[in-house]
Every structure is written in C-alpha cells, then in structure tokens.
Design a protein around this ligand. Sequence first.
Ligand SMILES: *Cc1c(COP(=O)(O)O)cnc(C)c1O
Length: 468
Amino acid sequence: MDKNQIFRKIPKVDVLLEKEKIAEMVNHYGRKNVMAGITEELGRLREALGKVQDEVAAGKALADLEDKIAKNVEKRTKPRMELVINATGTVLHTNLGRAPIAYNHVMELVQKISGYSNLEYDITAGKRGERYAHFEKLLCELTGAEAAMAVNNNASSVLLILNSLAKDKEAIVSRGELIEIGGKFRIPDVMEASGATMVSVGTTNKTHLEDYEEAITEETAAILKVHTSNYRIVGFTESVTIDELTPLAKAHDVPVVEDLGSGVLIDLSKYGLSYEPTVQDSIRSGADVVCFSGDKLLGGPQAGIIVGKKKYIDRMKKNQLTRALRIDKFTAAALELTLLEYLSEEKAIQNIPTLRMITKSAEAVKKEAQKLLGVLEKYDFNAEIELVSLESQIGGGSLPLERLPGYGVAIVPKEISVATFEERLRKLPVPIIARVADNKLLLDVRTIEPSQYNIIGDMLESMEAFGK
Ligand SMILES: *Cc1c(COP(=O)(O)O)cnc(C)c1O
C-alpha cells in the first residue's frame, strides 16, 4: 500500500471550503470556527491514515469528513455546560450544581438580568443603594437577626467574618470542630488565610466550657463554633452549645460566631428528618454572627449568607475583602426570590426544589417510580426493568447520616453490561447520571422531574442493543 498516494487523498482546505455544506457553516458559525474545526479534523485524519494498513481501512478513515467537521464545529460553538438528568437521588449533588433554582424564579430573573436593575440603586432616594438591601430585611425577619449581608459562598463568609473580627488577634475553636468540608475548605487553613491566630481547645471528642474559659485572653477576638455538617462523632462526646457559650463570651465582650454550614430556616424534624439546627435557633441562643450556604438546604443560589448583630455586620460591609467577595446581580436577585418563599413555610416546601425533594414521602416517591416504570414498560426494551425500594441521600455535606427512604427503577440490560449501559447513559443527548448497585442500574426518581420520564424513554429507545 502506497502511503503517499493515500495521504494525497486528503482534501485541501480550499477545496473543503468550497463544498456547499462547509460554505453554509462558514455563514452560520463564522470562518474562524470552521477553520479551527477543519484543522482539527484534518489532523485527526492524518494521524488515522498514518496507522492504517490497507485500502479499506484508509477508505473508512477518509469517509464522512464533512460530517465530522460539521460535528466538530457544532461542538466547539456549543456551551460545554449542559442540562443533565440527576438520577442519583442525591438532592444536593455538588458535582451536579447543588441546589437547582426553581424554574419560576429563573423566569422571573430573566428580565432583571438581561436588562438593567436597581441592584445598587435606591429608587426612592434617587441615589446609590446597597446590593444587600434587596434581601437584608427579609433575612432579619426570617432569622431574628439585626443585620445581614451575603458573599460569594459560605467559605468566603468564614474568611470575611474572621478577617473582619479577628485579624491579628486570636479566635478560639474546639478541636472537635476543625473540619474539612471538601474542595480543600479546612477550618485551620481558612483561619490562617483570614489573618486570625487559631487557638484550638478541648479534644477531638470532648470540649468543655472551661476549655474555652481558660483560653480567653486579652487577644481573643472571637469564639468560632463550626457545625460539623458532613460527619458525626458519636459515643463518648461532649461539646459546648451556643447557649452555654454566650454568658462566658458576653462577660469577656467577645463575639460568638457560628458557621452553620447548611443553615436551614425550617425545622426539618416536622417532616420526618433529623433535627438540623436552624438559623433562628442559633440567633435566639445568642450567637452574634451566623453564616451559612445559599445553595445547600436553603435551596437558593450559591452564596454565603451572614446574619447577626449590626455592629459586626457593619464591620464586614466596610471590609476591603467584601469588594472581592461580593455577590453579583444573578445571586442577589435569585436569593431574594428564594427568601421570599420562606415568608410562608408551605410555599417554601412547595416551591423550592431542594425542600420539595427532601420532604417528599416514601409513598409519594413510590407513585412517581411507578409512573416512570409505566412509561418505560411501554417501550419494548431489551432489559429487565423493575420497581425497587432504595435510599436517597441529601448530600452537600448536609445531614450526613440521613437516608431518605424512596423508590426507583432498576434496569438490567440483556445484551450490554450494566457498566456499559451506565456509560452510555452519560453520553445521551441529555446525559443521565445514575447509580449502579448490585449489578443493576438504578434510576432514583426523587431527583428526576416527572416531565423528564418521556425524554428518558425516548432517549433509551434510540440506544443500540437496548432500544431498537
Ligand atoms: C459547606 C460548608 C461550608 C462551605 O460552604 P460553601 O457555600 O460550599 O462555600 C463551610 N462550612 C460548613 C460547616 C459547611 O458545611
């Protein structure tokens, strides 16, 4: 086989550009994008031809070049971030974007974001306003705090609080609370970055009030309590509550700061879940500053929400760091809409996707699983499909021991392995992210919207060796 002769078959760029299909693409996507696609595909083709052994294989490599270029150009001009179907049942899946924003909220955001808004403008006074003004009053009303603000995420909250209150001073924290949240967020490291000197007290499993008392000096500028969101120490343990700490802190005029992590505004134990400390409880117990995430159990946009005594919040608002950590208009607008739902607990549970999903009863989830099963059974899939009971997780480092009893659909393909099936699900036009257990693929319906059932069925039908 003459390799040179084969390489000569590679079309010249000018010739390609004159092809009708490619010329159309130039009109649609612009010359630069099409040229980039052509260059990449020709490079691939050369590499492939370098490896072929016979004419047949060479013919195969040379085939469909225009289609390959078209796909390449389409892909490079399409957003990489896309909708996926979360079939894992994990409600706050950090890798899948944590809390989904309510569809109606997004629709309401469209105008404010695509046009101008009063983000930092006081319309009544006709002058500069505060971007926190849109939700500060709401947060105070909901939590009982005097003042509030929000930054980029809760890791920023902790950094900003410590930097504002305890830079070049000491902050006391229990050794039982020196946690790592994930994504490299470690309390000792954040403390160091904030410029505060960490004074750790007590032991991993037990910290007493005297431990804090003995550590308080002239240099103490804050006592930090961290909610150990994503793990639990059980057994021979003891920790000091905010209630117990407050009198001591007051006597020394030191603020008590609590990093609540998830920060719920609704007592979830009413809905059969474990009690997770609410922000209101923390304020009522006497915490001077409380911070929590916007996109964990609150179910809103990514944000770090800080509430507490006005004199401390004012110091944070004036801190230079705030300029670097401030939220943008997307977040401010979405956070306000999320918080407005909390004016009625019922509305919050109904309208905030995270809350709706975690409070769904096992019976309700079972009905949905039966619906999905019904939809899938209408196709004649090459697989065993059955309803199964399973347990979902909340995720996002929230209520780590909690398992939500639920249901889903288990699929065992007949002609392909479960592993291959799982991989192919990820490559569908709308990728489905699912779990595999006991050599079955599980679609947990807790996190799937019923409007997606038919889409799932249609996509599976087009799957080779599974659908048709
Ligand atoms: C999740 C968490 C954080 C970090 O919050 P992000 O919003 O993800 O930055 C900080 N502290 C605690 C206790 C947490 O659980």
